[in-house]
Design a binder for this molecule. Structure first.
Ligand code: 5AD
Ligand code: SF4
Length: 444
């Protein structure tokens, strides 16, 4: 009997990168590989990469270096590097020179032809292919992995926004939306395989369907997905504030399964910096969107992304970011130091900020956010929330974890029978990142 072939798939970066890694994993399964976490016994290792910040790239380059030693011990090991980092213009040649031990290179646009590249590598050849443009008909194949409680479903690809700091439009191409029928069918199939929660993915889900005629937008899609029987929850990321319509907020408010959580990256609280970032909204406009959400959905959770140290950011600009955070009160914020990405407009801007200042600002920002996250959770004490039970806690096997509709993590005592169902939990303890609670009504 032939030896079982094992693949380890690692994904760096955002949910789209995780979803792409899943596509690759599914393709290798069709090629006879079994998924594993053990690098030492792997026959194939795939790293799906991220290039949104230099820190991500450095981490990945470190991992690629580590794999060289693994390959020295196991010369039959094949290594594939895929995704955003490889897709950057001119990156492939540089990476190939730096890491000649890699067998397969592929960009974001041609993941779907991974089998062909793998066959070549299995024959002992080097395989490298990066398409300049995406081919729409190939995307989303294979579909999301079946049989899991939660699934990420692509609804669109690419981004048209060209925020001046961001490499994403350069490596993911222009916006293109999947047909609603395809998305709905994929979700129905996932539900039939046991899925209870889907997250609809796109760089800017609010501009979903802009190219459709007759008109059909993201709010329409959410309304239709909300009707799918057997599904318990629907989430979506990421929303661009400039495109967040009143219609969308009211559809979320009236939906049954549509979770009251908006991830709405603000990036900065200064109009001067927002303009330089090419975000196409002002702080006043952003605040008006928040007011609308709070008006229709007072209980909604808000999360955000913030960049500190963007070129030209003065102490006053930074203070304006802290001030707007205090006004809004996010449940959580992802905070980043600006990272220069070659090929983006901001990389060539004058007044780049020193690493020292960036670090200091990030520390201040994080301590403000941590205090707010804690206060947010403390306000939840004593109240009861609907939780989707996900499974045993990774750190305490006697406890279970799940999330509120607002995406806050909750730990509680439970049993394996309730995994995948909704329970009511009263919050008894609150910390910055987690909540502890007790089941109120296990039958719900
Ligand atoms: N430097 C720092 N942060 C960045 N992001 C995107 N590009 C950069 C960059 N060059 C952040 C933004 C975005 C999140 C996914 O990553 O905040 O919303
Ligand atoms: Fe990058 Fe801006 Fe597009 Fe988001 S909206 S992916 S930050 S360019």
């Amino acid at each position: 009997m032939e030896k079982e072939k094992k693949v380890v798939t690692l994904a760096y970066g955002c949910q789209m990168s995780e979803r792409d890694a899943e596509t690759l994993k599914q393709i290798t399964r069709q090629e006879g590989y079994t998924s594993s976490d053990d690098l030492a016994s792997a026959d194939l290792v795939i790293i799906n990469t991220c290039c949104v910040r230099e820190s991500a790239e450095n981490k990945i380059l470190g991992k690629i270096g580590e794999l060289k030693r693994l390959k020295e011990k196991n010369p039959n090991l094949k290594i594939a590097i895929s995704g955003c980092m490889v897709q950057q213009p001119g990156a492939l040649e540089k990476l190939q020179k730096r890491a000649p031990h890699i067998d397969i290179w592929t960009g974001t646009h041609n993941l779907h032809e991974f089998s062909a590249l793998l066959h070549k590598a299995e024959q002992g050849e080097k395989a490298a292919e990066v398409w300049k443009e995406p081919q729409k008909t190939l995307e989303s194949t294979p579909l999301a992995e079946k049989g899991k409680l939660q699934a990420n479903v692509n609804i669109m690809y690419g981004c048209n926004n060209f925020c001046s700091y961001c490499i994403v439009p350069h490596v993911r191409g222009r916006e293109r939306s999947r047909k609603p029928e395809e998305i709905i069918q994929e979700i129905k199939d996932l539900v039939a395989s046991g899925c209870r929660e889907v997250t609809l993915l796109g760089q800017n889900v609010n501009s979903y369907g802009k190219e459709f005629s007759p008109q059909y937008d993201f709010a329409d899609l959410l309304r239709d997905v909300d009707q799918i029987p057997g599904l318990l929850r629907v989430r979506f990321i990421t929303s661009h504030p400039k495109d967040l319509s009143d219609k969308l907020i009211s559809v979320v408010a009236s939906g049954e399964k549509l979770c009251e959580h908006f991830h709405l990256p603000i990036q900065s609280g200064s109009n001067f910096i927002l303009e330089r970032m090419n975000r196409k909204y002002t702080r006043e406009y952003y605040l008006s969107r928040i007011s609308k959400i709070r008006e229709l959905l007072p209980q909604a959770s808000l999360t955000t992304d913030i960049i500190v140290g963007f070129p030209g950011e003065s102490e006053t600009d930074f203070e304006q970011t802290l001030e707007i955070m205090n006004l809004i009160q996010y449940s959580h914020a992802f905070t980043f130091m600006y990272s220069k990405r070659s090929g983006t407009l901001a990389a060539d801007m004058e007044d780049q900020i020193s690493l020292d200042i960036k670090k200091r600002r990030l520390q201040r920002l994080m301590s403000v956010q941590n205090a707010q996250s804690l206060e947010w959770r403390q306000r939840m004490l004593g109240k009861t929330y609907e939780i989707l039970v996900e499974g045993p806690s990774k750190t305490n096997l006697e406890r279970f974890t799940g999330r509120t509709r607002g995406n806050e993590l909750v730990v509680f005592k439970g049993n394996a029978d309730i995994i995948g169902s909704l329970v009511n939990i009263q919050i008894t303890e609150a910390a910055t990142w987690t909540l502890v609670g007790e089941i109120v009504n296990p039958e719900m």
